[in-house]
Design a protein around this ligand. Structure first.
Ligand SMILES: Cc1cc2nc3c(=O)[nH]c(=O)nc-3n(C[C@H](O)[C@H](O)[C@H](O)COP(=O)(O)OP(=O)(O)OC[C@H]3O[C@@H](n4cnc5c(N)ncnc54)[C@H](O)[C@@H]3O)c2cc1C
Length: 287
C-alpha cells in the first residue's frame, strides 16, 4: 500500500530547556503545525538538519503516486554532501492552537561520538530552523480491552512512555521498566492511571534492560507490551517476553530506536530487515 508523504514544515526553535542533564526539551514553532494531527502517544516525526547549519531543503513528493517510497528514492538521490540529515524523533507534545511541537532530545554523554541530531540539540538556540516531516505513522497499537501496559525502553523511549502514561485514563494500569545512565536521568510523570515505574541504571554491557525485564514480576492477567530503545536490547526483551513469558506476539509492539555503532544513515542490517518483517506481520494480524 502506498503511503502519502506527510507535510514538510520548517520549525523555528521557540524554547529550549533541560529535562535532565542528558535530555534537552526543544519546542518548535510553525504556523503549519496548527494543521498537524495528533494520532498516538508514540507518534514520530522525521527531523531534517542542513549540513551547513542553514535551512534544510528536501525534494517534494513525486506526482507519480509512489508516495513515501518514491519520495525516499528522491531524497537518497540528492548528493550526500548537500543532503540534509534525517533523524526520527517522538512528538512529546503537540499544541495545534499555537502551532508548537515539543521534542525531547537525548544528548549523548560523549559529544565526540554524538551524531548530527544530538549534537544539534546540545547547541540549539532560539530561532534555529529544522525541517519536520510528519507527524507520521504511529507504532502504538491501541489494544482491545484494558490490559495492563508494560512499557519498556531506554531514554530514547522516555518521550513516548511519558506521553503514554500521561494519556492513560483512570482505572487502567501500567508498569514501566526504563533504563537511564543514573538517578539524575530519572523522570517523573503524572497520570490518572495506576503506574509503577522501575528505573534501571546502565551497566555498559547492554544487558541492563533485558536483565531487569527477566527479573521483573509481570502483572497478572492480560498484558500489552510496548518496547523501544537500542535495537539489540529491544530484540532480547521481545524474545524473552514471547518465548519465556508466553506473551502473544501480537501483544508485543517493539521498535529498535537506535543501533550501537551505526548511525541512522547506515543501511538496515539483515537483523533489522527481519525485525521489520516481523513487525509488519504482527501489525497485519493484530485483531
Ligand atoms: C520512531 C523513533 C522515535 C525516536 N524518538 C526519539 C526521541 O524522542 N528522542 C531521542 O532522543 N531519540 C529518539 N529516537 C532515537 C534517535 O532517532 C537516535 O538516537 C538517532 O540515532 C539520533 O541521531 P544522531 O544524529 O544523534 O546519531 P546518529 O548519527 O544516528 O548516530 C551516531 C552515533 O551515536 C550512536 N547513538 C545513537 N543514538 C544513541 C543514544 N541514544 N545513546 C547512545 N548512542 C547513540 C550511534 O550508535 C552512532 O554510533 C527515536 C528513534 C525512532 C526510530
Amino acid at each position: 500500500m502506498t503511503q502519502p508523504l506527510p507535510p514538510y514544515v520548517l520549525g523555528r526553535v521557540a524554547g529550549v530547556e533541560p529535562v535532565t542533564p542528558l535530555m534537552r526539551r526543544i519546542t518548535l514553532e510553525a504556523d503549519d503545525l496548527r494543521a498537524a494531527v495528533p494520532i498516538a502517544p508514540d507518534q514520530q516525526v522525521k527531523i531534517f538538519l542542513a549540513r551547513d547549519g542553514g535551512v534544510p531543503e528536501i525534494p517534494g513528493a513525486p506526482d507519480d503516486g509512489s508516495g513515501v517510497a518514491g519520495w525516499f528514492a528522491r531524497y537518497l538521490a540528492v548528493p550526500e554532501e548537500i543532503r540534509p540529515w534525517m533523524r526520527s524523533y517522538t512528538v512529546r507534545a503537540l499544541d495545534t492552537a499555537t502551532g508548537r511541537m515539543v521534542i525531547d532530545f537525548v544528548l549523548h554523554e560523549d559529544d565526540q561520538h554524538a551524531g548530527p541530531a544530538s549534537r544539534w540539540a546540545a547547541r540549539a538556540a532560539l530561532g534555529d530552523v529544522v525541517g519536520v516531516l510528519g507527524p507520521a505513522v504511529a507504532t502504538y497499537r491501541t489494544p482491545s480491552g484494558e490490559p495492563v501496559r508494560l512499557l519498556v525502553g531506554d531514554e530514547t523511549a522516555l518521550p513516548a512512555i511519558g506521553a503514554t502514561v500521561e494519556q492513560l485514563p483512570a482505572g487502567t494500569r501500567a508498569v514501566v521498566v526504563a533504563e537511564v545512565t543514573g538517578p539524575g536521568e530519572e523522570q517523573q510523570w503524572s497520570s490518572a492511571a495506576e503506574v509503577s515505574v522501575h528505573w534501571v541504571h546502565r551497566t555498559g554491557d547492554g544487558d541492563a534492560l533485558p536483565a531487569a525485564v527477566r527479573a521483573a514480576e509481570l502483572p497478572e492477567g492480560a498484558v500489552f507490551a510496548w518496547v523501544a530503545g537500542e535495537a539489540a536490547a529491544v530484540r532480547a526483551v521481545r524474545r524473552h517476553l514471547v518465548s519465556e513469558r508466553g506473551l502473544d506476539k501480537r501483544g508485543v509492539s517493539f521498535t529498535g530506536y537506535w543501533r550501537r555503532d551505526l548511525t541512522q544513515d547506515d543501511a538496515p542490517t539483515e537483523q533489522d530487515m527481519a525485525d521489520a518483517v516481523e513487525q509488519m506481520e504482527d501489525t497485519t494480524t493484530a485483531g
